[in-house]
Ligand binder design. Structure first.
Ligand code: GLC
Length: 427
């Protein structure tokens, strides 16, 4: 969602997860962090698939509709009787994610409306897909299908639940808030014990009454205790920072640009190619150019990218979003060598013009604006260069001057989004 289209609590929720240049303020518990080695697959993977799909998809006005429109929980609950997504095929989603070059996936298993997308014994008042018209366990279908497609499998879960008045008044309605908390612990236990290996746990909404930060609400949620349980059940799981515990990586949410220097810790940007996170009748899709640009701006600064789709109530991903994913796939297929498994640098990016990634003895210069780059002096690399060519093997003239380097990319080789120059470091 664009920042200008959001207001009140929904806006606060987004801003809370906008990456600051320093680590955000979750509680520390260093023994909970994965070690650097266990994070390597995640750093290498670069691109993930995110899907917001649930009862709110039936309304077509975004996943905050229940709260924004003050729909009473009893009224909202009736949507479950209409939730029968006969066209949902987790295998098709996984194939599409694979074609898009996505190497991990995060499914929204339960958003703030409280509706669990699996057969959840711990759900307060049995508000889950097993009891809906569908009578299915979507978490099971999704985890099976994505694993089968060899895509690392993660789950999004919202600790908070709007159905509980205690969420809004945790002190005054402490008993009710306690019921909500119990549900969270129970459901996180279910998600981390019933579906095999969970590669990523992606919390969202570990705050209270939509105010303050997740860390401010830690007195209530006890995120360290919660994540100790997760670690016990899933020792290798990569955990995001949005439960109030600092987490294994940082999040940056939304469609705003990423500029400036390389960000020196593990981070991930998530955004929706449908603008809203969940289905809207308008069925918009982000332009390819903006999507690729956001992706590159993250990759050259060390960030992963989690791209969200908004499937319709029947469980299908709208055609224009599917098409965009396929185009992303063509881009990743062509340039993946310079993206997957890389680390950012050695040069700092120049906003809108270029940035670099590196892997083994190769340095990759991603030129995003070839016209602006033409004739530009690059600062010298901290390594001697033995060879310089384009990703397709075309040799490139590379002048090493005292003050820096000039790379001459033949005009007929200029690419619209990313012209990749590969430097091989001398032994
Ligand atoms: C925000 C939104 C929420 C969405 C999430 C994804 O917190 O409020 O609806 O699920 O971002 O990052």
């Amino acid at each position: 969602m664009e920042i200008k289209d959001l207001k009140d609590a929904e806006l606060a929720s987004m801003l809370k997860s906008k990456l600051m240049r320093n680590r955000n303020s979750g509680l520390e518990a260093s023994e909970l962090h994965l070690n650097s080695e266990d994070m390597e697959w995640w750093r290498d993977a670069k691109l993930g698939f995110f899907s917001h799909w649930g009862l709110y998809s039936l309304l077509g006005r975004g996943e905050w509709a229940m709260f924004n429109e003050k729909i009473p929980p009893e009224e909202y609950a009736k949507l479950a009787d209409r939730f029968c997504p006969n066209k949902f095929d987790a295998g098709e989603w996984a194939e599409l994610a694979k074609e898009a070059g996505m190497r991990y996936a995060i499914m929204v298993t339960r958003h703030h409306d409280g509706f669990a997308m699996w057969d959840s014994p711990g759900s307060f008042e049995g508000f889950h897909s097993g009891n809906s018209a569908a009578g299915r366990d979507f978490v099971r279908e999704y985890t099976d299908a994505f694993r089968e497609a060899e895509i690392r499998t993660g789950l999004y879960y919202s600790p908070m639940d709007w159905r509980f008045p205690g969420y809004f008044q945790p002190q005054e309605l402490a008993d009710n808030a306690e019921l909500m908390k119990r549900q969270t612990y129970e459901q996180v236990r279910e998600l981390t014990t019933r579906y095999g290996m969970i590669d990523i746990l992606w919390y969202d909404g570990g705050w209270l009454a939509h105010s303050g930060s997740d860390a401010d609400a830690a007195w209530f949620w006890e995120p360290i205790r919660l994540n100790e349980m997760v670690r016990e059940n899933q020792p290798q799981c990569v955990i995001n920072p949005r439960s109030g515990w600092a987490g294994d990586f940082q999040c940056d949410e939304g469609l705003h640009e990423v500029v400036g220097d390389i960000i020196p810790f593990d981070w991930e940007k998530c955004f929706s190619i449908a603008y809203h996170w969940s289905y809207e009748a308008e069925e918009r899709a982000l332009p390819l150019e903006r999507t690729i640009r956001l992706m590159l701006d993250c990759f050259v600064r060390g960030g992963n990218v989690l791209i969200n789709v908004a499937p319709n109530p029947e469980g299908e991903i709208p055609a224009n979003q599917r098409e965009l994913l396929k185009q992303i796939g063509r881009f990743m297929n062509k340039n993946g060598e310079a993206i997957y498994g890389t680390r950012p640098g050695p040069l700092q990016p120049v906003d809108g013009v270029y940035g670099m990634t590196k892997k083994g003895s190769q340095l990759y210069l991603h030129v995003m604006d070839t016209a602006a780059f033409d004739g530009m002096l690059l600062p010298p690399f901290p390594y001697p260069v033995a060879d310089c060519r384009l990703l397709d093997g075309t040799p490139v003239v590379f002048e090493q001057h005292e003050q820096g380097y000039i790379v001459k990319i033949p005009v007929e080789k200029w690419e619209p989004y990313d012209t990749v120059v590969v430097f091989t470091i001398a032994e």
